[in-house]
Design a protein around this ligand. Structure first.
Ligand code: GLA
Ligand code: CA
Length: 695
């Protein structure tokens, strides 16, 4: 406490000497260029038609051991399990060509499954579990390898689409004759159940937060027939929404299993019961993804076996996936790195910078079991402030007073200038990895414009001066500034900081923020929660500040565009509607919303570039989020796997678990292990225990 009092006194003194000088120092600038750090490989760019097509093939194949299920009468023949025209991956686009069946990919994750009702809002523990279980109308993860002038989401459950003449309607054709992993037909009813009773039901929040506005205000969706759906938009040809139809905002769940639990169809159920109707112990949940969960042991493992109804094949007619099993060890995220480097795990997105030097050293050894490849600086963190002053999360008087501060530009500027970002970055890892990140779009990405980026450099004296003039004085001399007398009883300014304890980086950065706010006279109190609790708390609005890892819209702009500003009452992470359902947007936020809406409404690239320059300027000039640090991630994959695309980023349009197209990944025969935990088994009936054998 004493130390803080001295720091404040020092600032006061400096102010007394020269207010003008202090203010001049704080003049905003553009951010420094990030240190040189070259990505280790670049993708080979192709067109979408080079990657896949939908067509019937003369014959289809499956692993020999699966045929035994057919012979035993437990499964229809493979040709009958596949759709009329399966998705076919082109051989020429496969880095190592047609694969062979067998083996397992061993994932390690730090999250824990809440249950299998993904569209009802339950997390499966992340780390690619939900990415693998869910198939969505379109797909964007692999777009890192698509040429810029052909950039458009890949078809997936929607195999094709066309726009009406006037551009207001989009007709989508669903894959015909595809089945859920329990053999029940997938069709437009699954799509409509997702849209009507989950996205559009205000009592349900699908896991990745899809709301009606994610697809545009006033947008409607109708079923035309079992395999045709029709979107109607207020905008003209908003191709942008095709990205929102990818993971994670348009991935339908199995209506035949979920509907009977939904309160609209089952009046005995509450929404809570609907959400929780499929706990982690519920095995063999029907999915459209390539593997189905068949075994769960708390804090130990989730095992998935191949989906015998998977609807994708290679050009030789081999039903995918090639890998028979996927495992998810329930450990920690740091352990994911350690195990992937050591070879006892198979995959990691190296993203916690604290471990970089060690992981690099071990992976450079010639006998290292895994490849490690760094990409661009697409991992970054911000300090979010809660902007709702009209009741989101129902703050008490102290909380409400903090919200008022959060909405004050001078306050946000002061916080930004009190942060020594160089030190924050260096405290994670030394070397050329971390870059100073002011917030907004990332340096090095396609819509970034340095000249439009406003950065308030570290200047603690000027920061203190700003808070002094904002009327935040330490009235009782204990080193902590007090609210003005008419707010929160003039108490010390105490601010809670939400952070995720599942990641060392999140809590390290949060600790850094807490320490750096002390010389500013702000008492920041750690509100550290495990991942699931953290996400629930973030959703509920019961928080003041949060340290958060950035999401895809910051990297690509075109993915999750509507998350860039509060375009709807529940679309934004840190500003949602209050108790009366309205958003109390600040004028500059309204500008951001307008920019996002005009971005979505045009596909003119020159116009889009200009819109995003303006957006970035408004965003960073107003310190909308307070950037902390930005750094590259590395993909670690065991060397025994084939078909890993070169230059696959750990995070761009989506995470690497999607980007590498796991259903195409295989292990060459001479490299196969005998690590499968449930060899020669397939998923059983929904809700039954464990997988089944052929006899
Ligand atoms: C977590 C991990 C990421 C990635 C995603 C996938 O967030 O930290 O590296 O695996 O899950 O959803
Ligand atoms: Ca005080």
């Amino acid at each position: 406490m004493r130390k803080h009092a001295i720091a404040l006194g020092g600032a006061g003194l400096l102010l007394g000497v020269s207010l003008i000088a202090a203010m001049a120092q704080s003049a905003p600038t553009t951010p420094p260029d990030p240190p040189q750090f070259a990505a280790q490989s670049a993708p080979i760019l192709v067109g979408i038609k080079d990657i896949l097509e939908f067509k019937a093939l003369p014959e289809y194949h499956e692993p020999e051991w699966v045929t035994k299920f057919v012979t035993a009468g437990k499964l229809p023949p493979v040709a009958e399990r596949l759709p009329k025209e399966p998705m076919v991956y082109k051989t020429a686009n496969m880095p190592d060509g047609i694969g062979v069946y067998g083996d397992v990919m061993r994932h390690v994750i730090g999250g824990r499954p809440e249950g299998w009702n993904y569209i009802g809002g339950q997390s499966q523990g992340w780390g690619g579990i939900d990415i693998g279980l869910s198939e969505c109308l379109t797909r964007t993860g692999p777009l890192f390898e698509v040429k810029a002038d052909e950039l458009e989401p890949l078809p997936n459950l929607a195999k094709s689409w066309e726009w009406s003449e006037d551009g207001h309607t989009l007709t989508m054709h669903l894959i015909e004759g595809a089945k859920w992993s329990d053999g029940v037909a997938f069709n437009a009813d699954d799509v409509m159940f997702y849209w009507n009773d989950n996205v559009n039901d205000p009592n349900v929040t699908p896991l990745n937060g899809a709301t009606p506005e994610t697809f545009g205000v006033g947008t409607t969706l109708e079923k035309v027939d079992d395999y045709t759906i029709k979107w109607t938009f207020k905008e003209v040809k908003p191709t942008q929404y095709l990205y929102a139809m990818a993971y994670g905002t348009f991935c339908p769940g199995p209506a035949h299993i979920l509907k009977p639990q939904h309160p609209k169809y089952n009046t005995a159920n509450t929404y809570d019961q609907y959400k929780n109707a499929f706990p982690p112990e519920f095995m063999n949940m029907p999915v459209m993804g390539a593997w189905v969960p068949v075994e769960y042991r708390p804090d130990d493992i989730i095992v998935m076996r191949r989906n015998p109804y998977y609807w994708k094949v290679d050009e030789n007619g081999n039903q995918l996936p090639y890998l028979d099993e996927l495992e998810y060890r329930l450990s920690t995220w740091a352990d994911r790195d350690v195990q992937a480097v050591a070879g006892s795990g198979d995959f990691s997105n190296l993203e916690q910078a604290e471990g970089y030097v060690e992981a690099l050293k071990r992976s450079a050894e010639p006998t290292a079991p895994a490849r490690l490849q760094f990409g661009a600086r697409t991992i970054g963190y911000v300090l979010q402030v809660n902007y709702s002053a009209n009741g989101w999360g129902e703050p008490d008087t102290r909380g409400q007073a903090v919200r008022e501060l959060n909405r004050n530009l001078d306050f946000r500027k002061a916080v930004s200038m009190a942060l020594d970002r160089q030190r924050l970055g260096d405290s994670l890892v030394r070397g050329p990895f971390t870059a100073i990140y002011p917030g907004g779009l990332y340096a090095g990405t396609s819509f970034y414009d340095k000249a439009s980026t406003v950065y308030y450099p570290y200047d603690i004296a000027a920061a203190n001066a700003l808070l002094d003039s904002a009327g935040l004085k330490d009235t009782d001399g204990d080193g902590i500034r007090n609210f003005p007398a008419d707010q929160a009883g003039g108490a010390n300014v105490e601010i809670t900081l939400l952070a995720n304890t599942d990641y060392g980086t999140d809590t390290n950065l949060a600790e850094g923020v807490i320490a750096q706010m002390a010389p500013l006279g702000l008492r920041v109190i750690a509100n550290f929660q495990t991942g699931t609790a953290r996400d629930d708390m973030a959703e509920s609005g019961k928080w003041d500040w949060a340290v958060a890892r950035q999401t895809a819209e910051i990297v690509t702009v075109v993915q999750s565009t509507s998350a860039l500003a509060p375009v709807g009452p529940r679309t934004n992470a840190f500003h949602r509607a209050g108790t009366d359902g309205t958003l109390d947007l600040l004028p500059f936020e309204q500008d951001l919303v307008n920019d996002v809406n005009s971005f979505i409404a045009t596909s003119d690239n020159a116009e889009r570039t200009e819109i995003m320059k303006r957006f970035q300027h408004t965003y960073t000039d107003n310190v909308y989020t307070i950037g902390l640090t930005q750094y590259p991630g590395a993909l670690i994959i065991n060397k025994r796997f084939s078909n890993i695309p070169v230059g696959a980023p750990i995070f761009q349009f989506n995470w690497a678990e999607d980007n590498i197209i796991r259903e195409r990944v295989y292990v060459a025969a001479d490299k196969q292990s005998t690590n499968e935990l449930f060899p020669d088994t397939l998923p059983g009936a929904p809700g039954s225990a464990g997988p089944i054998t052929a006899n």
